[in-house]
Design a protein around this ligand. Structure first.
Ligand code: CO
Length: 149
């Protein structure tokens, strides 16, 4: 396990579309472990693989109720709307009011390749959307509607 360097805004890697994970191997498990250590060390509530320079479709979220690992995640349902301040470990010190759905359901795979669905509301929905956006090279500032409230 290791703490990885978090890529900062301006690096092209943050704007790339990440590729589907096909191999649920030891390397994936190791990278997920590193991402967990890196996210907790940075006091974040989410981290996506491209943020450590790995252009593959997976991310992690922990909004205080446990770690969720999402491999090849897809948002399959969303409802409602929320406008809250949002930030990103790759854009430190920058917080903007960002539009997100209030509730989302995500279908993903775990580190072993097993498919599951998970739902989230409020902050958790926001975190899912934010991290999944990273897999398509989208940053919260692209969706921001105003300065921090
Ligand atoms: Co981010």
């Amino acid at each position: 396990m290791a703490i990885r360097n978090i890529i900062k805004y301006g690096d092209d890697a943050l704007r790339k579309v990440s590729r589907t994970v096909l191999n649920f191997d030891e390397r994936l498990a190791q990278t997920l472990d590193d991402m967990r250590d890196t996210m907790y060390a940075a006091d974040g509530c989410g981290l996506a693989a491209p943020q450590i320079g790995v252009l593959r479709r997976y991310c992690i979220v922990d909004v205080g109720d446990g770690l969720i690992e999402l491999v090849n995640p897809v948002i399959i349902e969303k409802s409602g709307v929320q406008n809250e301040d949002e930030g990103c470990l790759s854009i430190p010190g920058n917080y903007k009011t960002t539009v997100r759905p209030m509730r989302v359901t995500v279908r993903a795979q775990d580190r072993h390749g097993n498919t599951f669905t998970v739902s989230g509301e409020g902050l958790k929905a926001r975190a899912f959307c934010h991290e999944i956006d990273h897999l398509d090279g989208v940053l919260f500032i692209d969706r921001a509607i105003g300065e921090k409230k």
